[in-house]
Ligand binder design. Structure first.
Ligand code: 5AD
Length: 353
């Protein structure tokens, strides 16, 4: 291994520090240098997060979307997609079923969907909180701050809103109808309102260089996030990016290892998009820095229509089967499933300081 890479890894492990140039270099590492990076990511995970893997039950409650993002299979212009909306009762039922088999968090995700008013969603959040012993994460896109406030007051604990890229120029090319700065302002609102906040980027987007990905890493660190979800770009055949190459598995794993080294405390999921590239993609991520799994527990009749990208692993055996799969996967890695809600570990560190 070169002295240069040894020094870079030492700076990262000991001080969580790296320049954009070093990160771009590490993101392209191969052979034993790549192996050393991935091992360092896993050590940083063990030191800061321990051996517990947190499970989140993902409920994709609507695939309607008013946006036309060029990579996404749920984009408005994908007219052939069968659209669905779960009723509030169905959402509460699905949450109850997930909590009953031991998921400590439900993640409610949808396209950007004005159909569900903030008040309707707030009622749903309150019903879940009354009926289930689970934390609630929302992943419903950009909304006015007033909506975020109503939902927070109703009991939502966390919010996921990926920035997708740190480059406003690349963002503009991919999102014909949204604005990077406005999205960043949403994250700031969410933080002010007391949510635990998650964001992330896609890896291997068309037009994204190693330098841009290095910048993404530093950008994500600068956002001071509780949760950071990243995954490879997977071209969807019914989108304008159908002919583009996928993000690569190895690059994604190197990115996750760097992320863990830069943000040791963050909750980092092994995201589903990795499974589109490799049958054990998510497990590989858990071995290089990730510490969260988010099995899909959307009712089977809807799940097949939530096609962000092709090759999403189906998990239509219901929440008990998803829970059992996740537990077996975690145990096969010599780790254990975390009990409880799996809240952010950032506050904990501050309060003990
Ligand atoms: N490939 C990979 N990830 C995608 N997402 C949407 N479309 C794709 C795709 N084609 C991701 C985005 C979004 C999250 C819900 O799914 O990052 O924020």
């Amino acid at each position: 291994m070169s002295a240069r890479v040894t020094a870079m890894l030492r700076d990262l492990e000991e001080r969580g520090d790296a320049s954009r140039e070093s990160l771009a270099f590490l993101l392209s590492a191969t052979g034993e240098e790549m192996a050393a990076l991935l091992a360092a990511g896993d050590r940083a995970r063990a030191a800061a997060a321990g051996d517990e893997v947190h499970l989140r039950a993902l409920i994709e409650f609507s695939n309607h979307c008013r946006r036309d993002c060029r990579y996404c299979g749920l984009r408005r212009d994908h007219r052939a997609l069968r659209r669905y909306r779960m009723s509030p009762e169905e959402i509460v039922d699905a949450s109850r079923n997930a909590a009953a088999v031991g998921f400590g968090t439900v993640v409610l995700q949808s396209g950007e969907e004005p159909h569900y008013s903030a008040d309707l969603l707030a009622d749903t959040v309150r019903a879940i909180k009354v009926q289930c012993d689970a934390a609630i994460t929302l992943s419903i896109g950009e909304r006015p701050e007033a909506d975020y406030r109503v939902l927070r007051e109703a009991g939502a604990d966390r919010f996921l809103l990926r920035m997708e890229t740190s480059s406003p120029a690349l963002y503009r090319r991919l999102h014909p109808d949204s604005d990077w700065r406005q999205r960043l302002a949403c994250l700031e609102s969410l933080r002010r309102l007391g949510y635990q906040v998650g964001s992330g980027v896609m890896i291997g987007l068309p037009g994204q260089s190693a330098e841009m990905l290095a910048e993404d890493l530093l950008f994500l660190r600068s956002l001071d996030l509780d949760m950071i979800g990243v995954g490879p770009f997977i071209p969807h055949p019914a989108t304008p990016l159908a002919g583009s190459a996928s993000g690569a598995l190895d690059l994604s794993l190197r990115f996750i290892a760097c992320l863990r080294l830069l943000c040791p405390e963050a909750l980092i999921p092994a995201t589903t998009a990795l499974d589109a590239l490799h049958p054990r993609g998510r497990l590989l991520a858990l071995r290089v820095g990730a510490d969260v799994l988010m099995p899909d527990v959307t009712p089977a009749r809807y799940q097949e229509h939530y096609q962000l990208y092709p090759g999403r692993p189906g998990a239509s055996g219901g929440p008990a089967a998803s829970r059992a799969w996740a537990e077996a996967a975690v145990v096969s890695l010599g780790r254990r499933v975390a009990l409880g809600y799996g809240h952010t570990r950032r506050g904990r560190v501050a309060s003990h300081a």
